[in-house]
Write a protein that binds this ligand. Structure first.
Ligand code: ASP
Length: 434
């Protein structure tokens, strides 16, 4: 129970130097026993991610086009890594198998998973650790959902293993075909392994020292978050904050295994701990904002007396296959906020259907909305939180178009014009940062 599961992200393993750095982090602590590598990521902003190249290779083969370019880049990248690290793993043989599979029109998930697989072989040799293929351990059901049998299988396979490498990102379907998680899914493999092995800690090694209170692109001096709860993180990632895969929380939330987000380049620098509970020293723990929302505003006098009005509004969306985000209401108005990508080009047809089904006094559709979530368990029961947030925005000259506080009081959502997004996030950060 004293062991640690570590996952290393693609940027941390992008070159030989990074892989060596990761290996020495692992070797520094014997408790670091279960190691999950991603595929090599970008070395520079212009570089290619190995996983993207594998997808490219697959799609060229599917179109009967020449796939030698991505194939050769992949080949050279792995061969160079092995050479620079002084490893003897038989990459020619491994690449030959992949070639054969690609030519046989294997499923894209198999191709996408090979970056993690090959990187795992390299790391296993470097660390003299056992290589454990997750293919038959991480199981998905027919619909592609994780089969809970995974935990038992993984736990049994890893019991008593001194140190092992489990490539991230993939498992298999009931018929044995490879299935990957969605992009960035090595984090999910990591938390599955942490749970299956009852690790005391899951370390997510990446290229930043934890989360910041706000996106550093909007707030360059954003304060580091020391501790955050699983729930707070869910709320922030829902609004676009993504250092960790959305689904990575689920396996560790129930057993309460803490997650530590740490920096491979600065391994001794403090990062962020994600915990079941935290001492809410600071009321606000993070602010996340996203553009790309629209709002349908429906007015009808005495709508609150009309049975089924809200249901009829939402059924129009359902009939168009559109899901919504928020529904702020007042006495004679009801608004529905949705993502632009959900609405697509259905706007005019939705408005027409609302006229027909709800007979409102007025309906309009407004675009260009950004939503900002200010999240923190320490806000609950504290007087004046919303007032501080609103005055910070007012002082920064930002008009609030929506204001919505969930009954848990852990999250205040505001809607602003898209062009005010950065200004508003900076103002809220500066108001609540210590
Ligand atoms: N290599 C996969 C991706 O690029 C998974 C991961 O890195 O977590 O999405």
């Amino acid at each position: 129970m004293n062991h640690i599961t570590c996952k290393f992200g693609g940027t941390s393993l992008a070159d030989a130097e990074g892989i060596r750095r990761a290996a020495s982090i692992v070797e520094e602590n014997p408790q670091r026993r279960y190691i999950i590598p991603s595929a090599p990521g970008k070395r520079t902003p212009e570089d290619k991610k190995i996983t993207d190249l594998f997808y490219g290779w697959h799609s060229l083969v599917e179109q009967d086009l020449d796939a030698s370019e991505p194939r050769n880049i992949i080949r050279n990248r792995f061969k160079d890594l092995a050479k620079q690290l002084g490893l003897t793993v038989d990459l020619d043989r491994e690449l030959e198998i992949i070639d054969e599979q690609a030519a046989a029109h294997v499923e894209p998930d198999y191709m996408a998973s090979r970056g993690e697989y090959l990187n795992g072989l390299l790391l296993a040799e470097l660390l003299k650790a056992r290589f454990v293929d997750p293919l038959d351990l991480i199981k998905f059901d027919e619909e592609g959902f994780l089969d809970p049998v995974t935990y038992e299988r993984m736990g049994q396979a890893l019991a008593g293993v001194e140190r092992c490498i489990v490539p991230g990102f993939y498992g298999s379907l009931p018929d044995g075909r490879v299935k990957t998680f969605s992009r960035g899914g090595s984090d999910v493999t990591g938390t599955i392994v942490a749970r299956a092995t009852a690790s005391r800690l899951y370390e997510n090694w990446t290229d930043v020292s934890g989360f910041r209170m706000a996106d550093p692109q909007m707030v360059p001096n954003a304060q580091r978050i020391e501790e955050i709860t699983y729930q707070e993180l869910r709320e922030l990632s829902y609004m676009g904050a993504n250092v960790l895969h959305d689904e990575a929380i689920f396996p560790v939330r129930e057993p309460g295994i803490p997650i530590s987000i740490v920096n491979t380049r600065a391994p001794h620098e403090p990062g962020t701990m994600i915990l079941a509970q935290r001492e809410p020293r600071t009321p606000v723990c993070g602010i996340a904002g996203m553009a790309g929302f629209s709002m349908i505003n429906i007015e009808k006098t005495l709508m609150n007396r009309e049975r089924g009005f809200g249901r009829r509004v939402l059924s129009v969306l359902e009939e168009h296959g559109i899901s919504f985000e928020h529904v702020p209401t007042s006495i004679d108005t009801m608004s529905v906020i949705l993502k632009d990508e959900e609405l697509g080009n259905h706007g005019p047809s939705v408005i027409k259907a609302l006229h027909r089904t709800c007979e409102p006094d007025n309906v309009n559709l407004a675009h260009g909305l950004a939503l900002i979530a200010t999240v923190g368990q320490g806000m609950a029961g504290r007087i004046g939180m919303a007032a501080r947030l609103c005055s910070a925005c007012a002082n920064a000259g930002v008009n609030l178009r929506v204001l919505d506080q969930g009954s848990s009081e852990n999250n205040i959502i505001i809607g602003v014009e898209e062009y005010d997004l950065g200004k508003a996030v900076r103002a809220i950060h500066d108001e609540f940062a210590e």
